[in-house]
Design a protein around this ligand. Structure first.
Ligand code: URA
Length: 238
């Protein structure tokens, strides 16, 4: 890959900053000063240093975001702000993309990564990775709804959902619930409640596989996953 991209992705600033470093002669590859930003290097076999310090390049990045409402889970959009627009340049340079989608008005746990294999595994219908949502429902949610969701409910397009676990936290004119599903059909939670005649008025994803939404993250904030979390995630998607 190009040396300027590699250095920018390794925390040496923007491509412009990196160009400056190259111009200064601070960058060496296998002991030779390298000044051309477009020159290609191999991060596995070449020894790359900046001011004499070895550069450790990493290929993948794994982020957990507390997605705010009003933002699209995509890498680009002609009209609206996307979750990728919320990233610092030092993370954006890795070109992460959201693992699956949350609706524009849905909040909560969203993973972003540039690891296509892991993303694919987490989203594969065959893996049944559980996702838990907290929701506020307009209407009284009952144990009968729970039984229906457990059996599988028929959505507006005739699709019958896989068994889902409903936990009723508060039932009343407005109900608070948690719903765990193992698939990710378009607007699934909203459509499941629509199928039992109720409306979701607030939706937040609180977990995905082994990961819980980090409560220290304010809406719109994100952090890198720890090594342990990455291992857990990989283990859960095998
Ligand atoms: N189900 C929905 O209806 N919306 C989401 O954003 C996620 C799950």
């Amino acid at each position: 890959m190009r040396i300027d991209k590699l250095l920018a992705a390794s925390g040496y600033g923007s491509r412009k900053d990196v160009k400056q470093l190259l111009k200064q002669g601070a960058v060496e590859v296998n002991g030779q000063v390298l000044k051309e930003a477009k020159q290609h290097v191999d991060h596995e076999s070449d020894l790359i240093t900046v001011h004499g310090e070895e550069v450790f390049y990493r290929e993948f990045i794994y982020l957990m975001m507390n997605k705010p409402p009003g933002v699209i889970s995509a890498t680009e959009d002609v009209r609206d702000e996307t979750v990728v627009d919320l990233l610092e340049p030092s993370h954006a340079v890795f070109q992460p993309f959201p693992v699956g989608r949350l609706d524009k008005d849905t909040e909560g746990l969203l993973l972003l990564t540039n690891d296509g294999v892991l993303s694919h595994q987490l989203l594969s219908p065959k893996k049944h990775v559980p996702k838990t949502y907290f929701a506020v429902i307009d209407g009284e949610v009952t144990d009968e709804d729970g039984r229906i969701f457990q059996r599988g409910v028929t959505l507006d397009d005739g699709y019958v959902t896989k068994p889902a676990d409903l936990k009723i936290l508060k039932s009343g004119l407005r109900s608070d619930i948690e719903l765990t599903i193992t698939e990710g059909k378009f607007h699934q939670v909203k459509r499941m409640f629509a199928a039992v005649g109720k409306r979701v008025v607030y939706l937040q994803r609180i977990s995905m596989g082994p990961l819980q939404l980090d409560e220290d993250l304010e809406l719109g904030e994100y952090r890198e996953l720890t090594e342990e979390e990455i291992d857990l995630l990989k283990g859960s998607s095998l």
